[in-house]
Ligand binder design. Structure first.
Ligand code: PRP
Ligand code: URA
Length: 212
């Protein structure tokens, strides 16, 4: 994949270590869920580096000082159902005041096209930095559709955070939405004939919720 300005690969030894655990087919549901959440925290730390801030006056025991804090009401996180839900707590552990919206999409297993079934977003979403969460970015169809839905509702500052990306899907999203910053912790090799990421980790939703 050629280098794209809006694609960021958040490589770190700790992220690699945790990826190795969730890729393992013998990792159980509890541990899989915990590590998806931890990876979301690590990725959020880096991908919200440009979070809106404001100055607040704080009184220390000794004097008054102006401090930079995260701007109130500035962030919304939007998990794509189902698997994106696994990343919510991890992001909220760093940004507990973030508002949370939900977009319901599932991938039609034959056409691999995303189908929309739910959308509930926080009020005034168009004024916020919106982070879309989905652990898997495969063909890119779901992410492109979710971002289209957000733009239709007025969102202007959108980011996407996926734990694993396939090169073809990452390129598709980054080109369809060049104004959106895309964060992945790794770029895997390719997709198989069923649209699964290789080497990947299998079906993220099923592994988070223990449905298979
Ligand atoms: C998975 C995953 C993404 C989508 C990625 O969801 O969580 O949303 O597939 O594939 P794409 O990039 O090719 O669109 P799925 O549709 O299996 O639904 P689920 O989360 O309810 O299991
Ligand atoms: N969705 C998943 O959960 N895993 C993949 O590998 C591709 C799409």
């Amino acid at each position: 994949m050629k280098e794209l300005k809006n694609v960021h690969i958040l490589d770190h030894p700790l992220i690699r270590h945790k990826l190795a655990i969730i890729r393992d087919k013998d990792t159980n549901t509890k541990q899989f869920r915990e590590i998806i959440s931890e990876l979301a925290t690590l990725m959020a730390y880096e991908s919200f580096k440009d979070v809106p801030t404001e100055v607040k006056v704080v009184e220390t025991p000794l004097e008054t000082v102006e401090q930079v804090v995260v701007k109130e009401n500035s962030i919304a996180i939007i998990p794509i159902l189902r698997a994106g839900l696994g990343m919510v707590e991890g992001v909220l552990s760093l940004f507990p005041a973030a508002k949370v919206g939900h977009i319901g999409l599932f991938r039609n297993e034959e056409t691999l096209q995303p189908e929309e079934y739910y959308c509930k977003l926080p009020a005034n979403i168009e004024e916020k930095v919106v982070m879309v969460l989905d652990p898997m970015l495969a063909t890119g169809g779901s992410s492109v559709a979710a971002i289209d839905m957000l733009k239709k509702r007025g969102c202007k500052n959108i980011k996407l955070m996926s734990i694993i990306g396939a090169p073809e899907g990452v390129e598709k999203v980054a080109k369809a939405h060049p104004d959106v910053q895309v964060y992945v912790s790794t770029l895997d090799r390719c997709l198989n004939e069923h649209g699964y990421i290789l080497p990947g980790l299998g079906d993220a939703g099923d592994r988070i919720f223990g449905t298979k």
